[in-house]
Each structure stands twice: as structure tokens, then as C-alpha cells.
Design a protein around this ligand. Structure first.
Ligand code: IPE
Ligand code: IPE
Ligand code: MG
Length: 259
């Protein structure tokens, strides 16, 4: 949608309160609380993951309709490999099923789909194949970019960017925030404006560490499988009321500096 019009890091360099009153350009969700949702119903954790599918589709549509240009969803972290094998296997199958089922809808809605992470050899090749197919199918879409963070770790991305920079032979003195960011995966992705973490947990859990540097945060109590379009719109409304200063002062607060 707004891809390519400004540099990925324009927000942090830009005018004070640049995001105020606007729809956030890039919203990132930490989809948390599936296990607790299931536990509340005396169901296995996997039932919570299955129930999350409806929320994912609802939020994608809500974001697109609201004019969000970039939506990122945290689906599986590098730390989630610590979970029981049976839960991991279930998640791999579920993601595959969701992709196959919803690929036509995502494409019809003009959504470009990308997967961030995806380096671990434990990812089943059939899943990797379906993901590659979805990315190819939707590559030219421009209504919204959906980034699914899967086998993603923010620190790993930063380490990989550092390796890539060193390999490129760049002089240490030539490394700037912009040149560094250009070595991150999907480096055209703009900084995150708003992070939504459901379930009341208030931590980042290694999610897009570079890109969230100046994001606004909201922590709805609702568990991810119960989160719906109206909850998403409430988060956008909370964002609209925030004053983003990026370390500066608001124009109408400049007056107090005279002696
Ligand atoms: C988020 O829900 C989904 C994934 C991390 C894959 P959780 O599975 O973390 O649910 P809780 O936090 O245990 O409730
Ligand atoms: C973060 O949630 C990862 C995803 C939502 C995919 P977790 O539930 O795994 O994170 P922690 O363990 O609470 O930090
Ligand atoms: Mg969790």
C-alpha cells in the first residue's frame, strides 16, 4: 500500500508526533494466550491453537479494511522449539492447513504474504514448500503486506545482519543504522508503529527487536482466540490517542524553553 514511499526508518527520523491521529502503517501482533484459552475450557493446548485460526483471519481482514499497510503476526519463535514435540508437530500441521485453506482468499484480497525466519531444518519440507508457493502466488499484491514471523527471533536476525555486513566487506566507519537495517531480512519493511500483545503478558519475547525500537504498545487482556475485529479496532483507537514524540517535543510544547 504505502510501500516504498518513505524509507523504512523515516518514522524515527521524522517529525515529532508523526503517527498521531493516523492509522498505523505497520501493526505487529504477538498472538498470545492460546494455551490458557484451552486450559480455561479443560481442553488440550492444541485446541487453543486451532481456535486461533478464526482470529488470524478476522485480524487480517480488519487490518486491511482499516487501511493498515503492513501487518506482522508472531506465529512461532526460535524459543518455541522448547515446547513438547507433539505441540510443535501440531503447529506445523496447523500452519500448513491454514495456508492451503486461505491462500485463495488472501490472494483475492490483494495481500502479499511473507514468512520471516524459517531457517531451522526441523521445519517440514512440505510446509516450507507451501509457504514458498504462497509467497510466489501473492508476491505482486499491494493491498497489504502480511509478514508471518515463523521460527523467528529478533536477535538472530540482528546477528545474521551483522554477518551479512561483515561479508560485504563494508568498513566499520561506513556502518550506519540505515546500512545495517538494509542487511535485515525483508529490509523494505517499515518500522513497527503499534505492537499488540494479547493475553495480558507484557514482554517482547524476542520479536522484531530492531523494528519495534519506537513502536507504541498495547496489551489487551483478551486471549488471542477470543480477540476479534472490534478488539483490533480498539487497539487502533488507543494508538490514535497516543502522542508520539520520538525523543523530541510536540510543536505546541515548544514555548517553555525561553529564559
Ligand atoms: C501463543 O499462545 C501461540 C504460540 C506461541 C505458538 P501460547 O501457546 O503461548 O499460549 P499461552 O501463553 O500458553 O496461553
Ligand atoms: C511469543 O509467545 C511467541 C509467539 C506468540 C509466537 P510465547 O508465549 O512463546 O512467549 P513467552 O514464553 O511468554 O515469552
Ligand atoms: Mg504464550
Amino acid at each position: 500500500m504505502s510501500e516504498g514511499r518513505t524509507s523504512p526508518h523515516a518514522a524515527t527520523r521524522g517529525t515529532v508526533a508523526a503517527g498521531q491521529g493516523e492509522v498505523p502503517r505497520h501493526v505487529a501482533c504477538v498472538m498470545d494466550g492460546n494455551g490458557r484459552w484451552a486450559a480455561q475450557r479443560s481442553l488440550p493446548r492444541t485446541a487453543g491453537h486451532r481456535a486461533a485460526e478464526t482470529t488470524v483471519i478476522d485480524v487480517i481482514e480488519a487490518a486491511r479494511s482499516a487501511g493498515v499497510g503492513w501487518l506482522s503476526l508472531f506465529a512461532f519463535s526460535t524459543e518455541n522449539w522448547r515446547r513438547p514435540d507433539s505441540e510443535i508437530a501440531f503447529l506445523m500441521c496447523l500452519v500448513r492447513r491454514v495456508i492451503r485453506k486461505h491462500a485463495p482468499l488472501l490472494h483475492a484480497r490483494g495481500i502479499r504474504c511473507r514468512f520471516l525466519g524459517m531457517t531451522d531444518p526441523r521445519i517440514p519440507p512440505e510446509l516450507a514448500g507451501d509457504i514458498a508457493d504462497l509467497m510466489t502466488l501473492t508476491a505482486r499484491n499491494r493491498q497489504m503486506t502480511l509478514t508471518v514471523a515463523f521460527d523467528h527471533g529478533g536477535r538472530r536476525d540482528i546477528v545474521e545482519a551483522a554477518r551479512s555486513l561483515i561479508r560485504s566487506g563494508v568498513l566499520a566507519e561506513a556502518v550506519t543504522e540505515e546500512t545495517f537495517a538494509a542487511h535485515l531480512p525483508f529490509s523494505d519493511t517499515p518500522d513497527v508503529d503499534l505492537v499488540i500483545r494479547t493475553s495480558g503478558e507484557q514482554r517482547i519475547s524476542n520479536f522484531m527487536l530492531w523494528q519495534v525500537a519506537y513502536a507504541e504498545w498495547v496489551f489487551p487482556q483478551v486471549l488471542w482466540p477470543d480477540f476479534r475485529a472490534p478488539d483490533f479496532l480498539q487497539c487502533l483507537e488507543a494508538y490514535r490517542r497516543r502522542e508520539r514524540r520520538f525523543g523530541g517535543v510536540l510543536p505546541n510544547q515548544n514555548g517553555g524553553t525561553q529564559a
